[in-house]
Design a binder for this molecule. Structure first.
Ligand code: PLP
Length: 229
């Protein structure tokens, strides 16, 4: 049996100690609990121990799950690819979309949010490893997409998200995380209101992500155990 409470406690302690070790304020790093494939009971257990930020990868799975787990103060983030035909459902279900990666998708999402009378916080997903099979906008197109997103009335851009190429060695993620932090810095150069959010780091590489400036680590396995799809 996975002890969600113990895992949460350990993760929080670890995140705080890494933050302090690299001179960051622990409160500037938030933990997103990634619940894909896990049933409502374990999600509610995490909630009971104070977890409030949750992430799902697929709209279809979220449609079946989120309505059963709406609780006070809970926040649901979409962290997987958003298909055009799921935009309406996603806009209804989620409190934030981390996987915005095209102007077309952004325009549709804003339009749908307008009809729902809501403004949705979003992150632009960057394909930082420039892997052809992966989602996300290439680094050299980020500026353009950011401008487009910020021109839309019903989206509120908070920052950037990325999943670096997978390697066993977490140190292999470091150069990608560093490039993401540099990208955000470039975007913020001429802004009065800087973008704050850098959603970086998963179970195997979150310590490195925090060292490189992550403000939001997305953790599934370390919290809920191995997934059995
Ligand atoms: C599944 C997933 C995670 C969590 O991965 P773990 O290795 O289980 O921590 C984080 N981010 C995204 C985008 C995911 O799809």
């Amino acid at each position: 049996m996975v002890d969600v409470a113990a895992n949460l406690r350990q993760l929080r302690d670890h995140i705080a100690s890494i933050a302090l070790r690299c001179g960051r304020e622990p409160a500037t790093i938030r933990l997103l609990a990634v619940t894909k494939t896990f049933p409502p009971e374990v999600i509610l257990e995490a909630y009971q121990y104070g977890q409030r930020l949750f992430g799902e990868s697929r709209v279809q799975e979220a449609e079946a799950k989120i309505p059963r787990i709406q609780r006070d103060g809970i926040e649901w983030h979409l962290i997987g690819h958003l298909q055009s035909n799921k935009v309406r459902a996603a806009a209804r279900l989620f409190d934030s979309i981390q996987s915005l990666d095209s102007a077309r998708l952004a325009r549709k999402l804003s339009r749908v949010c307008g009809a729902l009378n809501k403004t949705l916080p979003v992150l632009v997903q960057v394909n930082i490893g420039e892997e052809p099979q992966k989602h996300g906008v290439f680094p050299d197109r980020v500026f353009e997409l950011v401008q487009e997103v910020e021109s839309l009335p019903h989206l509120q851009l908070k920052g950037l998200m990325a999943i670096p190429p997978f390697r066993e060695d977490p140190e292999a993620s470091r150069p990608y995380f560093r490039r993401m932090a540099q990208l955000l810095e470039q975007l913020n150069r001429d802004r009065s209101q800087p973008l704050q959010e850098l959603s970086l780091g998963m179970t195997h590489d979150y310590p490195v992500a925090i060292e490189e400036g992550s403000t939001l680590v997305r953790i599934g396995t370390a919290l809920f155990g191995t997934r059995h799809p």
